[in-house]
Write a protein that binds this ligand. Structure first.
Ligand code: AMP
Ligand code: GLY
Length: 441
């Protein structure tokens, strides 16, 4: 069978790498892919991003299964387009993808279905938003309503920061987010203002087939740019799996109080969810999880360590998930995981996240971690790279994700940073403390 992975980041490289290990797969195509997927013999890049063109290409090339990585094609309706032509694809429809693409939709959904989340209100009028912030006090959180590539959230520690964020998002409309339509069908800037939650974050990711839920291994991301969780928010600077903060008790609560009511609620609302469902959790001191956000896709970089630990054939899992009918057969699947810890360190470009510089040459990816050996204990997944006349160059903010397995978090850390030490490009930035919350004492 031929398989198509849509996207071009580290998440898609890791998914394509895993799919290519299946004996059932002839070729894995990645659209548009990156410099890493261009060099792997088992993968082939396809330079298409338009949803209709992708579907036409997939039909012409007899693609038996398509997997969607990023949120943008999902919100553009790629799943609806493929399904309308009888093609097998794993991901949510455009309507279901609103769980991520509209904060106003997902907050109202959670309120309606009693799913634990921060209390909030939604505004398009700046004056009303300012008045609300004055009434509630700081710290408080201001979120743009549309997709903003991880940049649409301001955790305001002071009232002044909150007021500034409101003006920035509503008055100046300066974020460049894709606005969602208001009640009259016209796109308007909107913000969600919500209660500040304290605790430890974790990424809780499951697969859904319209009805059945299959949880993946737990993981934790590092959203801030600098060591010690300082500096601006990013798409994610590193991740590891499993995440000890998700104890069996927290896991059970997240399933019972968040994931299952969400899947049921979507079914009840007539927009059944299929695809990866990612709940960003905030877990308080007493072990109570609340939902910070939903994503309707895998996390990046969480996917890289999770795929390194997955032992089950991913093609089998996805075929069960996309079984034709009212819902899939994920209830018949059991996932096997490597017992070791996997840990991924993101190497980012000079100027990331605001103004990543492109063009710097990347060198030093060591043999073994370059996909010549699937049993290797380290793998360097590519994201913002491109291959130009045989030279690997930086082409995006997050450039590589160096991922390693180890018997403990410390050992996985040690191995990952050993490989990081071999790699060089001008202006390379990375955190030295990935996994710090799991290394206690
Ligand atoms: P989001 O895109 O909604 O996950 O927000 C990005 C990041 O902002 C999260 O990973 C949290 O670190 C932080 N954040 C979002 N909402 C809240 C909240 N209500 N309280 C505290 N921190 C938050
Ligand atoms: N790593 C966070 C995300 O994928 O949204």
């Amino acid at each position: 069978m031929n398989v198509l992975v849509i996207g071009g980041g580290g998440r898609e490289h890791a998914l394509a790498w895993k799919l290519a290990q299946s004996s059932k797969v002839q070729m894995v195509y990645v659209a548009p892919g990156n410099g890493g997927t261009a060099t792997d013999m088992r993968l082939k890049n396809v330079p298409i991003t338009d949803v209709v063109q992708l579907r036409e290409w997939a039909q012409a090339n007899k693609i038996g299964l398509t997997l969607v990585g990023p949120e943008v094609p999902l919100a553009a309706g790629v799943v609806d387009e493929f399904r309308a032509h009888g093609m097998r694809i794993f991901g949510p429809t455009k309507a279901a993808a609103q769980l991520e693409s509209s904060k106003a939709f997902s907050k109202a959904f959670m309120r309606r279905h009693g799913i634990p989340t921060a209390s909030y209100d939604t505004f398009s009028d700046p004056l009303a938003a300012h008045a609300y912030v004055d009434k509630m006090g700081a710290p408080i959180v201001v979120k743009a309503d549309g997709l903003a590539a991880g940049k649409g959230v301001v955790v305001a520690m002071t009232l002044a920061e909150a007021h500034e964020a409101i003006d920035f998002m509503l008055l100046d409309d300066a974020l460049g987010v894709a606005h969602n339509d208001g009640a009259d069908g016209v796109a308007v800037p909107r913000v969600v203002i919500e209660e500040f939650l304290e605790g430890e974050e974790a990424s809780f990711i499951v697969m859904v087939d319209g009805k059945n839920v299959l949880p993946l291994a737990t993981s934790q991301d590092h959203k801030r740019l600098l060591d010690g969780d300082q500096g601006p928010n990013t798409g994610g600077m590193g991740a590891y799996s499993p995440a000890p903060v998700v104890t069996p008790d927290v896991h059970a609560k997240a399933m019972r109080e968040i994931i299952l009511p969400t899947v049921k609620g979507m079914e009840q609302d007539g927009i059944p969810f299929s695809g990866f469902l990612y709940a960003g959790l905030m877990i308080d001191k007493s072990g109570q999880p609340k939902t910070l956000e939903f994503n309707c896709r895998m996390g990046d970089p969480e996917t890289q360590p999770i795929m390194m630990r997955l032992k089950t054939d991913l093609v089998d899992v996805l075929m069960a998930a996309t079984e034709p009918g009212p819902h899939g057969k994920l209830d018949e699947v059991e996932l096997q995981w490597d017992r070791r810890t996997a840990l991924g360190v993101v190497l980012a470009a000079h100027g990331y996240p605001m103004n990543p510089r492109k063009g710097d040459a990347v060198t030093g990816i060591p043999k073994g971690a370059d996909f010549t050996d699937d049993a290797a204990d380290a793998a360097v997944f590519h994201a913002g790279t491109t291959l130009q006349d045989g030279t690997l160059r930086v082409s995006g903010g997050r450039v590589l994700c160096v991922t390693a397995l180890g018997d403990s978090v410390k050992q996985a850390q040690h191995r990952a940073y050993e490989v990081v030490g071999d790699i060089a490009f001008e202006g390379m930035q990375y955190r030295r403390d990935i996994g710090h919350r799991a290394v206690k004492g």
